[in-house]
Design a binder for this molecule. Structure first.
Ligand code: HEM
Length: 528
């Protein structure tokens, strides 16, 4: 209790200091904006501007319980009332909030390079990884080099084919677990099971290690990720306030203990990887990155810290997003029996009952893909995408000053009634593209308003991997099990946790075995 009070006092003093610094900064350094056609702003408070609207991201629980509304829903409401391109002010620092498909389209097509950096919270880059991180790396040298490496090697098509057996093994392990639960009529909290699946997949693809291995070392990455996420209040405050102080030259950040723990753990993995290379398996990402870091002729010299930060960022970026998507998709399927029936018919007719679904089936399962896309549209795990305008530019006829933070509310964009018919309905059919000459046009127009993975140069580099994991996991759950829930319907209330949108009441069901073993007999039955 005492430490909570001390923490609160520290923040209060710092916030007061910030305001003084802001006032000086504004007075002496900012360019006047009189006569410039800035985007509209909702009413604001003196000095703090719209900070209260933005800070409530940090107070997820009180806001959720008191006002029964989530941060992205609140910002959506704000934009419905005042406009889909809004200028907010975190105290004196400008933030552009985008909530419509047309403005998002303009930004990601005409200004993509200009918004391809993320406004790192400190002069030294990310709070956790300083300038070594990839996610907060500014557009340019290191980012461009790594992006090319990701697209061509680390998460490129060949690498995804080579790592197929890793994901197939993990899917089989999950199926085995669920069969066991089904035989004991035990409840399953699907997010917990999915977390093991995704964690293991990423750990094996990145470092050739199992997430839930005997040593439990990889598990400690997850617990560190959780600890780092738990310090999100400090992180977000840092972005909004203290980072700005840093930019004024007032240093506040010290290297976090959690950073040092990550560093020690990853350093050990690197040393072990180098000392005991496993010649039997194909190269994992750590092998590739170590080789690149030792290549004298590489276009960019990546450091050991770059490698450590990048690998940990994959855990950060990949686990919660994928786990929440599995959970939301299953919840929608369970609540929509007609859709569940159609999905099962498709899986049964394409995959049959003689073998488990696999990644190569996915192109032949358009309805399964449509169901997953529709769940991501209505429940994007990352509802707000943060970027920064590097230079001043014009958007929607309004002037946006340089170094303005950009928040794209993809939750609002994907419910924009101007581009989505009946946007609140769960209707996978909207993603079933008709065959014929208009198909390419339709695909393009959809890509512009469908942003669960963001867009442009800075869009999620792992969307293909994510679709593979989601496709086979949901496909397996549909193919092999029925699901018994308590009550008639799954409660679809959401909550905002650790910067991702998740279910307020985790989806729990009792799996009922539909197919326990795959054999020829089943396949013959199917054919007759
Ligand atoms: C359903 C699953 C996923 C969703 C919905 C998702 C969504 C996103 C979004 C919205 C962004 C920001 C994009 C932008 O700024 O335009 C992002 C970035 C990123 N994601 Fe994902 N993601 C998923 C899975 C993954 C996985 C499995 C990994 C890695 C194993 C991953 C790694 C990353 C990385 C490294 C970035 C930063 C990219 C950059 O800054 O250039 N994501 N993701």
């Amino acid at each position: 209790m005492a430490s909570v009070i001390t923490d609160a006092c520290q923040y209060l003093i710092l916030i007061l200091l910030c305001f003084c610094a802001f006032l000086c900064f504004i007075h002496f350094f900012t360019k006047p904006t009189h006569g410039v056609n800035l985007p509209p702003s909702p009413p604001s408070l003196p000095i703090i501007g719209h900070l209260h609207h933005l800070l409530f991201f940090l107070l997820e629980k009180p806001y959720f319980y008191i006002f029964d509304i989530l941060p992205h829903e609140f910002l959506h409401m704000l934009s419905s009332k005042y406009g889909t391109l809004l200028l907010l002010r975190a105290s004196f620092f400008p933030v552009i909030l985008v909530s419509s498909a047309s403005v998002a389209y303009e930004i990601f097509t005409s200004h993509d390079v200009n918004v391809s950096s993320r406004n790192p919270p400190t002069n030294e880059g990310s709070v956790l990884f300083d300038t070594s991180g990839f996610v907060t790396a500014p557009y340019g040298g290191y980012f461009n080099f790594m992006k090319k490496l990701i697209v061509t090697k680390l998460l490129g098509p060949n690498s995804l084919v080579q790592s197929r057996s890793i994901r197939a093994d993990e899917l089989e392990r999950l199926r085995g677990n669920l069969l066991d639960k089904a035989s004991k009529k035990e409840n399953v909290e699907i997010s917990k099971e999915a977390r093991k699946l995704v964690g293991n997949i990423i750990a094996k693809m990145t470092m050739g290690r199992s997430f839930t291995g005997e040593s439990g070392e990889i598990e400690s990455i997850q617990s560190l990720v959780a600890t780092a996420n738990a310090s999100k209040i400090k992180t977000a405050l840092s972005v909004l306030i203290f980072g700005q102080l840093e930019k004024l030259g007032i240093s506040w950040f010290k290297k976090r203990t959690v950073f040092k723990k990550f560093d020690r753990l990853m350093e050990r993995f690197l040393v072990e990887h180098k000392e005991k290379p496993n010649r039997d398996r194909c190269m994992d990402m750590m092998d590739v990155l170590l080789a690149v870091s030792e290549d004298e002729n590489a276009e960019y010299k990546i450091t050991r810290n770059n490698i450590k930060a990048f690998l940990v960022e994959l855990f950060f970026g990949g686990i919660d997003t994928s786990v929440n998507s599995v959970q939301w998709t299953m919840a929608e399927i369970i609540n929509n029996p007609i859709i569940a029936e159609r999905l099962r018919e498709e899986v049964d007719s394409v995959v049959g009952k003689s073998r488990l679904i696999q990644e190569t089936d996915l192109p032949n399962l358009p309805y399964l893909q449509a169901v997953i896309k529709e769940a991501l549209r209505l429940h994007p795990p990352a509802p707000i995408i943060p970027r920064e305008f590097n230079q001043g530019c014009t958007v929607g006829g309004f002037f946006v000053p340089e170094k303005t933070t950009l928040l794209v509310n993809v939750y609002a964009v994907m419910r924009d009634p101007n581009v989505w018919e009946n946007p609140l309905e769960f209707k996978p059919e909207r993603f079933l593209t008709s065959s014929g000459s208009g198909q390419e046009e339709e695909r393009k127009s959809q890509a512009l308003k469908y942003l669960p993975f963001g867009s442009g140069r800075r869009g999620c580099p792992a969307s293909s991997l994510a679709y593979m994991i989601l496709g086979t996991t949901i496909g397996m759950l549909v193919q092999c099990f029925d699901w018994r829930i308590k009550g008639e319907k799954v409660n679809m209330d959401g909550c905002y946790k650790e910067f991702t949108q998740t279910m307020a009441y985790p989806l729990t069901f009792t799996p009922v075995t539909r197919i326990s073993t795959f054999n020829l007999e089943n396949s013959l039955n199917l054919q007759t």
